[in-house]
Ligand binder design. Structure first.
Ligand code: GDP
Ligand code: IMO
Ligand code: MG
Length: 424
């Protein structure tokens, strides 16, 4: 059976969690390969809602192996809270089926503090609007080769030494640049130690676990976080997250060969949303935007912030297709568009008097483009109970066909409500 990678094609919150949960039934193992608890992946099963930030969205399926890959950044406190919340619901979140890569980098309290300091120091228009979870600073330490890896949590002497060295540098910034109290390395170490002991029970070789699942004939499901246009290299830099969110990173972020990534599913929300700062060409400030925000319940699953809403943008989606090579599309939240008399799809950008079919790459380029729209008729019917393509209103089917034609990729999955069952 082919392995599957699920990725977000917009600016995150496309409904990846729901689709991963649904596909997990057929998987042997589900792997997170980048990002951290900046992600908020919502699962709704039988009317019960659960939001996961770190643990793979396959955890609700008994017996499936859930893996946190080396490309993830892991906050031990959040991991333990998530394990406890799942356990309280009767979900098995023990090391029997849940593993953290030895090589996963660890978010420390000073990363969260640095995230806050950097954001506060930015002028209003330049704020990235990070989730404040310490994601960027943790990846910075990884790249500067001073990071704490999950395996270090099982080696208190090494952990203590790394904390002292990291704070030796960061306290200079906290004190002298950001006018904050420095952090006491011994205190940080003591606070982390009990969490370190718990997390250590979950350590393992994720790469080998993936290979084991494959050797026994199982399918491995790779769960992307964030979205393509939040990618550190390919997104709307600097308004991005600090990891590669594109599908290529599913291999390096988990420790498997790129040839293992056979099926690639692009999650496409039927309209566009964005949380935090940064350009958004199709953003709406009218009743249509308010309709999407209210009917789609567009509030961040991690920070609770209102999500900005706008029309579907085929220009940025085409770029996502080029960067990720999806074999199929999963269109989510189609039900949210019911009740809009007319829909718009951005098919080109106007940029300094020219029409372009790609996102400009220079800084602030995306902020200067104007969307060129095509108009499509909407539909009124409530489609949340629809379970087959044939039962959709003709205008909804035409909307899906337009997306397929624009991107040259077939629609394989349609989602018409938050529940696992509201899919065909
Ligand atoms: P993720 O980060 O990509 O996993 O997406 P989030 O969970 O942050 O946001 C998606 C939101 O939309 C969640 O509240 C889901 O429960 C909800 N959702 C997912 N698919 C659908 C759908 O087809 N229709 C509706 N109405 N809601 C959906
Ligand atoms: P999921 O997996 C939407 C955004 C933040 C901010 C920027 C950088 O649920 O789709 P960071 O804390 O990562 O340094 O913030 O990225 N962001 C997300 N937006 N969904 C997410 O994850 C996001 N993760 C980060 O709002 O603009
Ligand atoms: Mg989310």
């Amino acid at each position: 059976m082919s392995n599957i990678v699920v990725f977000g094609s917009q600016w995150g919150d496309e409904g990846k969690g729901k689709i991963v949960d649904m596909l997990a039934e057929k998987a042997a193992a589900i792997v997170r390969f980048q990002g951290g608890n900046n992600a908020g992946h919502t699962l709704v099963v039988g009317g019960e809602k659960i939001v996961l930030h770190l643990i793979p969205s396959g955890i609700l399926h008994p017996g499936k192996v859930c893996l946190i890959g080396n490309g993830v950044v892991l906050d031990p406190a959040v991991f333990c809270q998530e394990v406890d919340a799942l356990t309280a619901r009767g979900v098995d979140a023990t090391p029997r089926r849940l593993m953290i890569s030895n090589k996963t980098h660890v978010i420390m309290p000073y990363h969260r503090m640095m995230d806050g300091c950097r954001e506060s120091a930015r002028a209003e228009a330049k704020k990235i609007g990070t989730t404040g979870r310490g994601i960027g600073p943790c990846y910075e330490d990884k790249m500067s080769r001073m990071g704490v890896r999950a395996v270090d949590l099982a080696d208190p002497a090494l952990l203590k030494d790394k904390i002292a060295r990291a704070l030796g540098e960061k306290n200079v910034l906290f004190r002298n640049l950001y006018d904050r109290e420095p952090m006491d390395p011994d205190r940080v170490f003591e606070d982390v130690l009990p969490l370190a002991e718990r997390v250590s029970e979950y350590l393992g070789d994720v790469s080998a676990a993936i290979q084991k699942a494959r050797r026994s004939g199982g399918m491995v499901l790779f769960e992307g976080a964030q979205g393509t246009h939040l990618d550190i290299d390919h997104g709307t830099y600097p308004f991005v997250t600090s990891s590669n969110t594109v599908v290529g990173n599913a291999a390096s972020g988990s420790g498997c060969a790129p040839s293992e990534l056979q099926r690639v599913i692009a999650i496409v929300k039927a309209y566009t949303t964005r949380v935090g700062g940064g350009p958004f060409p199709t953003e709406l400030f009218d009743d249509n935007g308010r309709h999407m925000q209210a009917k789609g319940g567009e509030f961040g699953a991690t920070t609770g912030r209102k999500r900005r809403c706008g029309w579907l943008d085929l220009v940025m989606l085409a770029e996502s297709v080029r960067l990720n090579g999806p074999t199929e599309l999963a269109i989510t939240k189609l039900d949210v568009l019911s009740g809009l008399s007319e829909l718009k799809l951005c098919v080109k950008y106007e940029c300094q008097g020219r029409e372009i079919a790609y996102p400009p790459q220079e800084q602030n380029g995306m902020a200067r483009v104007r969307p060129v729209y095509e108009t499509a008729p909407g539909w009124d019917q409530d489609i949340s109970g629809v379970r087959s393509l044939d039962d959709l209103p003709e205008n909804a089917r035409a909307y899906l066909r337009r997306i397929e034609k624009g991107l040259g990729v077939p629609v394989g999955i349609v989602s018409v409500g938050p529940d696992r069952s509201q899919t065909f």
